[in-house]
Design a protein around this ligand. Structure first.
Ligand code: G3H
Ligand code: 13P
Ligand code: ZN
Length: 310
């Protein structure tokens, strides 16, 4: 992880961390990494571990690694306890996130430090979080987030020894990031202050899906009901790279691409019932989304994206 972050620092780019929980998404991502000759982080949430199973996920990751010459990092996303982080470290994860952001400051420090002590003894990278990034459910969006305090960020990093820090500057998880009719806003000013306070700590942007309007439209056109979904365009999110963001997390855009593709497929080809048919189409959509993110954030090759309609 350190090597990759150093590489990203030198190239002045951000690594993309994609959430994985099944073979098709994993294969679609691997194709993107091979096509573009680009590394990435693959991360699993506690929910993904429950759904897929730790052993299946491990086997998927190892198989993906065997099918690419790219460096892949296996990372725990939003670890919520020392025990979960320890379990992942014991099972060979390269990196874990301990998310104590909902806890009082002192408790977040104590929990994060406990994970850091164990992880560093096993040569594993630790991402912490300060400030609260909300989202996931439509009733909870960025309006409820608490921005990261730059002074507290300095103290947090000094007292925990954490390797990278997830910050809250106006992104939110899920597809409903902003209230209907509002204008999404990122607090670049706060990000700048955080980066100045902890210039040697790579910053992490959660809730960084753009909620690509074309996929939302397709989902709604073919029977879905995703109303008032909203995100921020990649070109706005990419500006955070100038102020120390070196890891950008993407989950919802992959979910939306898969759902849109399968919904349209069912409509266009109602007689097909072999899941391999529609999953092949969905895998291609995963590859397309992943390539788009890698071009914006890691390769910084925006020109190759061509005309962008949203
Ligand atoms: O930040 C959260 C990720 O999108 C993971 O979501 O807990 O539903 O797997 P999940
Ligand atoms: P999105 O829901 O915006 O994709 O965020 C994913 C994330 O932050 C995973 O930790
Ligand atoms: Zn997250």
């Amino acid at each position: 992880m350190r090597t990759l972050f150093n590489w990203a620092e030198q190239k002045h780019c951000a690594l993309v961390a994609f959430n994985i929980s099944n073979m098709e998404v994993m294969k679609g991502l691997t194709t993107a990494l091979n096509d573009l000759d680009c590394p990435a982080i693959l991360q699993v949430s506690a929910g993904a571990r429950r759904y897929t199973g730790a052993d299946y996920l491990r086997a998927l990751f190892d198989t993906a690694q065997a099918n690419t010459k790219q460096t892949l990092i296996l990372h725990l996303d939003h670890g919520d306890s020392f025990e979960l982080c320890k379990d992942c470290i014991d099972h060979g994860f390269d990196s874990v996130m301990i998310d104590g952001s909902h806890l009082p400051f002192a408790e977040n420090i104590a929990l994060t430090k406990k994970v850091v002590d164990y992880a560093h003894a096993h040569d594993v990278w630790v991402e912490g979080e300060l400030g609260e990034i909300c989202g996931i459910e439509d009733a909870v969006n960025v309006a409820h987030s608490k921005y990261t305090d730059p002074d507290k960020a300095r103290e947090f990093v000094a007292r925990t020894g954490v390797d990278s820090l997830a910050v809250s500057i106006g992104t939110a998880h899920g597809a409903y990031k902003y209230a209907a009719g509002s204008t999404p806003k990122l607090r670049y000013d706060i990000l700048k202050q955080i980066h100045a306070a902890i210039p040697d700590t790579p910053l992490v942007l959660h809730g960084a899906s753009s909620v690509i309007p074309e996929y939302i439209a397709t989902i709604n056109q073919f029977g879905g009901a995703i109303k008032n979904a909203m995100g921020i365009h990649e070109r706005e999110l990419a500006r955070t790279i100038d102020d120390g963001v070196r890891k950008i997390n993407i989950d919802s855009d992959l979910r939306l691409a898969v759902t849109a593709t399968i919904r349209q497929y069912f409509h266009d080809q109602p007689a097909v019932f072999d899941p391999r048919s529609y999953w092949t189409a969905a895998m291609k959509a995963v590859t397309a989304v992943a390539e788009r993110k890698l071009k914006y954030y890691t390769l910084r090759n925006v020109k190759s994206l061509g005309e962008d309609s949203h």
